[in-house]
Design a protein around this ligand. Sequence first.
Ligand code: B1M
Length: 234
Amino acid sequence: MAEDDDIILSELNDEELVAQMMDDLYDGLKDEIEEGVNLLLERGWTPYDVLTKALVAGMTIVGHDFRDGILFVPEVLLAANAMKAGMSILKPLLAETGAPRMGKMVIGTVKGDIHDIGKNLVGMMMEGAGFEVVDLGINNPVEKYLDTAVAEGADIIGMSALLTTTMPYMKVVIDTLKERGMREEYIILVGGAPLNEEFGRAIGADAYCRDAAVAVETAKALVARKHNQGAARA
Ligand code: B1M
């Protein structure tokens, strides 16, 4: 956009910069998003605040306009790419907390679903909280979750779904674990915009996580409980 060329991000105050970053995310302007993220970090913002107050908040606006038919897939893809570019700057910073190793999580988006921004965010936050994260990417069949969880000796299996048509696949994974007598070996966390607590309970997950911060807190609590139960049995 011509007027945007005239905007010098570094001259904006924090509030204006965040508002401009939301516009830039909406317009899929990757370079501007990277610059904005770096500026906020230089100004002393925490990586978590940059993530939630600028990037996630901006993506929420994109989501609403996608839902309302104002934006279409190509524009949303550009926005997603800009978001990912910002997230990749924050990722090492979020992981740098030096927190003790908490446990290992295998996480992926379920079969038929290619949305990965939320899943990536959860992975980043979990790493930042001291968990080891094995990211399976998108479109994962049941075998991928199970084989990797076994091979990696994971404590947690995390599943993400953004479509009402793909969220039932989470139950396929949980039912397969049950059939193979492996259900109790893993903490199962599920998340994604169309899910809710009732759905999480109905499919037999250990918890539904509304967002990445809740995923971290839930994982910490459930891993601690699992370890305590193990210690009590020993
Ligand atoms: Co899609 N899409 N999309 N899309 N897309 C939604 C999900 C939709 C709600 C938009 C809408 O209509 N309002 C809608 C689903 C409707 C429904 O099922 N009821 C939709 C649709 C229809 C589609 C297509 C079918 C469109 C089409 O082709 N006609 C298609 C499906 C392709 C497929 O998967 N097979 C499609 C495609 C795409 C893009 C490729 C363009 C792009 C994805 C790019 C990418 O991910 N690399 C895209 C996007 C970006 C969206 C929206 C706009 C944004 C999703 C997002 O990244 N949000 C989305 C609208 C919306 O959600 N409001 C939409 C930001 C992210 C930080 O939030 O993912 O919710 P979220 O993650 C949160 C929590 O949910 C939670 O923590 C995260 C961080 O706080 N969480 C977990 C998520 N996973 C977790 C896992 C856990 C724990 C917590 O495990 C432990």
